[in-house]
Design a protein around this ligand. Structure first.
Ligand code: NI
Length: 181
């Protein structure tokens, strides 16, 4: 893994890694024990996710930490809602198919249509280490698949091919160059 020394995230020690940062291509490791360190990481990830007006999910590798942890809040504007914090999430089943526009906090200003399962069932551990099961449809299903992909170094643009990929090439190259500065 490539780690760069300056931590320029204003709110803490983490910052969101842009496309081109090699940490986004690494496989994250299972979290054996959920301690205050992991709970703080989850809280910092939520802060970073909410800092972007469009963020509905974030995976630990995106902040340079190779742990199997994701946070999601698809109802972020609902004051009654609460975010999902999932450790070691695993997709147990997938159903159907849907194509929708998708973005990623590691890809500012880039979106693309991605085909995903329409429904998923995910098992994980919550912030207290208890097993939980999440059934997701629509945006939640999409977010779960997108964030769990991050834990295996898979990015949404990997599903984009052909003409759209060509159209994005310039923007992607620019992001890659910025990530190496
Ligand atoms: Ni993403």
């Amino acid at each position: 893994m490539v780690d760069k020394p300056p931590h320029d995230w204003a709110e803490g020690p983490y910052r969101i890694r842009p496309y081109g940062d090699l940490v986004l291509r690494e496989k994250a490791l299972p979290v054996q024990e959920i301690t205050d360190v992991e709970r703080k990481l989850a809280a910092d990830m939520l802060t970073m996710m909410y800092a972007s007006p469009i963020g509905v999910g974030l995976a630990a590798p995106q902040v340079g930490v190779l742990k199997r942890l994701i946070v999601i809040d698809v109802d972020r504007n609902d004051p009654e809602g609460s975010p999902l914090v999932l450790f070691n999430p695993k997709i147990q089943s997938m159903e159907g198919e849907t194509i929708k526009e998708e973005g990623c906090l590691s890809f500012p200003n880039i979106t693309a249509n991605v085909k995903r399962a329409a429904k998923v069932v995910v098992t994980a551990q919550n912030i207290d280490g208890e097993p939980i099961r999440v059934e997701g449809e629509a945006l939640l299903a999409r977010a779960l698949q997108h964030e769990i992909d991050h834990l295996d170094g898979i990015l949404f643009i990997d599903y984009v091919s052909g003409l759209k990929r060509q159209l994005l090439r310039g923007k992607l190259r620019k992001l890659q160059q910025q990530s190496q500065q």
